[in-house]
Every structure is written in C-alpha cells, then in structure tokens.
Design a protein around this ligand. Structure first.
Ligand SMILES: CC(C)(COP(=O)(O)OP(=O)(O)OC[C@H]1O[C@@H](n2cnc3c(N)ncnc32)[C@H](O)[C@@H]1OP(=O)(O)O)[C@@H](O)C(=O)NCCC(=O)NCCS
Length: 267
C-alpha cells in the first residue's frame, strides 16, 4: 500500500526523514517518537546537542520534559547552532487524565449522526486522506497513514465521522518512550483537531477522552502529555478538562530555518 503523508513540502520531508530515522533509533531510550519527528526524550547528557543533530537531519526536533527554568539554556544552544527555538507548554497528566476523562465520557451525550472510530488496517485510503485534510485545515500535522494504521509506534488514531462520511474531529496517541525508560508507561497524546464548523460541541473532548481510556486499556498507558502553545486557549481548556494540565515542563523545539523559515511544524 503506498504511504500517505500530507502537509507542506518541508513538513512532508520532515515526517519522511523522521520515520526513516526511527527505524534506526527506535531501540535507543534517549529518544522519543510520535510518528512525526524523532525527539530527545528528556533532559539528559548532551540533550541540546542531540536535539540539534536531530533537527539538522529532520528539519525539526525537540527535547521533551525540560524543566521550565532550563529552557533558556536549550534555546541559547539552538540559536548558537543557527536553529530557531520554539517553546511549547508540556501539558501532562497521570491519574487526573484517567479519572477526568472517564468522568467526561460518563457525562457526554453522543450527538446524533456522529460515530467515533479508530483507524485500523481495514480503514480505506480515502478515509485516511480525509482525516489528513481535515487535520491540516485545523493546523495540525497528521502522522503518516501507516502510523495511523498501527505500523509505527504502539498507539491509536481516532476520528469522528458523520453519516455522510465527513470527518469532523480527529486525534491520536502513541507510546512515545522506550520501554526501558522512566517514561515507559507514558503516551504522547493529542494531535486533536475539530472541523471549524463543528467546534464547541465537545467533539475534541470526546476523541481525547476515549483515546486516554483506550490507550490505558490496550497499551497500559498511565501518563499522557501534549504540546500546547500559550496562545491556544481552546486547546488549553480542552486538555485541562481531560486532566492533562499545565506542568513544570516544556518541550523545547529546534526548527531549522533552512527547512521551515519561520513556520511552525504543527500547532
Ligand atoms: C482545540 C480544538 C481541537 C478544540 O476542539 P472542540 O471540539 O471545539 O473542543 P471541545 O468542544 O471538546 O472543548 C473542550 C473544552 O474546551 C472549552 N473550550 C473550547 N474552546 C474554547 C475557547 N476558545 N476558550 C476557552 N475554552 C474553550 C470547551 O468549553 C470545553 O470545555 P467544557 O467541556 O468544560 O465545556 C479546536 O479548537 C481545533 O481544532 N483547534 C485548532 C487545532 C488545535 O489547536 N489543536 C490542538 C493542538 S494539539
């Protein structure tokens, strides 16, 4: 089956390179992967240097779980290397994610005509293309079709479909950390996007909460984190509502301007 990767040309190149790199690095606990970019899993020896190398190879990389006061040191090192730093709040939750998502689902009334589905091997290319298009329109870079279908890191990709086949909300979660690392039971969760016409109906909450329940059941995920920009109040509210809230950590991304200019890899 041909691979499906959508995005701008630099985004596509980053995702292709990242997936190729992951076949080489997947057994190294220093790194994390959520289907779009290989990153440094946490603050560790040479973390900034590793992120710089990954960014040069892929066009973009970040370091996860950086304590906020240490972010400046990473940014300075990136800038000295000619890369642009990009900081994301790392929203994070363990017990709170499971209890609040469970409570959300108990309370949620499924809107008539909408169905929540998970991508499987049987999902058609046409549906995957529609998922990618909707996600990109919302400013969220989708993972490749093969990763959605479960051929990459362990994880799930879900979507809400209307009776006419329109995709109205999407999201995914992946066991991003090595099984020998202290974050072995943690997932990168999010990539949530709701079609503009369908926002404010708690659809992202539905997708996100169900992903948390399913990742816990299928893969034993106990922690969930996601990158949220300080200027994205809807994402902040939605994540916090599901028990994935502000933490002492940030992701410090390094963008290669030769690949992306000032653009962002995702929202
Ligand atoms: C963020 C996004 C996915 C939210 O989708 P949505 O389906 O409208 O969200 P929900 O309706 O499930 O909202 C969840 C909660 O956030 C709250 N919320 C939504 N938009 C909000 C806003 N602009 N300001 C404050 N709170 C907001 C809702 O009230 C709801 O809380 P409640 O359940 O207590 O009422 C959607 O706005 C989107 O696609 N944005 C662009 C892409 C993006 O930023 N994705 C997240 C980055 S990973």
């Amino acid at each position: 089956m041909p691979e499906i990767i959508l995005g701008s040309p630099p985004q596509i190149q980053t995702v292709q390179r990242a997936n190729a790199l992951w076949t080489i690095l997947h057994d190294d606990p220093r790194f994390a992967f959520q289907g779009r970019a290989v990153s440094v899993a946490n603050e560790q020896d040479d973390a900034a240097k590793l992120a710089i190398s990954l960014s040069r190879l892929q066009g973009y990389a970040s370091c996860h779980f950086v304590k906020r006061p240490n972010a400046q040191g990473f940014s300075d090192a990136y800038q000295a290397a000619g890369l642009n730093p990009q900081i994301w709040e790392q929203y994070w939750g363990r017990d709170s994610a499971q209890t609040q998502s469970h409570a959300f689902l108990q309370d949620f009334q499924v809107p008539e005509g909408l169905t929540l589905k998970t991508v499987t091997h049987a999902t058609s290319d046409e549906t995957i293309l529609k998922i990618c298009e909707m996600s990109l329109e919302a400013g969220v870079l989708p993972v490749p079709g093969s990763v959605m279908r479960g051929e990459g890191p362990k994880g799930l990709f879900s979507y809400v479909e209307a009776t006419d086949g329109q995709i109205v909300a999407t999201g995914g979660a992946f066991m991003a950390y090595h099984e020998d690392s202290p974050r072995a039971d943690e997932a990168f969760w999010g990539m949530l996007a709701t079609h503009e016409a369908w926002r404010g109906k708690r659809l992202a909450g539905w997708v996100g909460a169900q992903l948390i329940e399913d990742m816990a059941e299928k893969f034993g995920a106990r922690g969930f984190s996601s990158g949220v920009k300080p200027d994205n109040p809807s994402s902040q509210a939605m994540c916090s509502r599901l028990g994935v809230g502000p933490s002492e950590y940030v992701y410090v991304g390094a963008v290669d301007p030769a690949a992306f200019g000032d653009a962002s890899v995702t929202r």
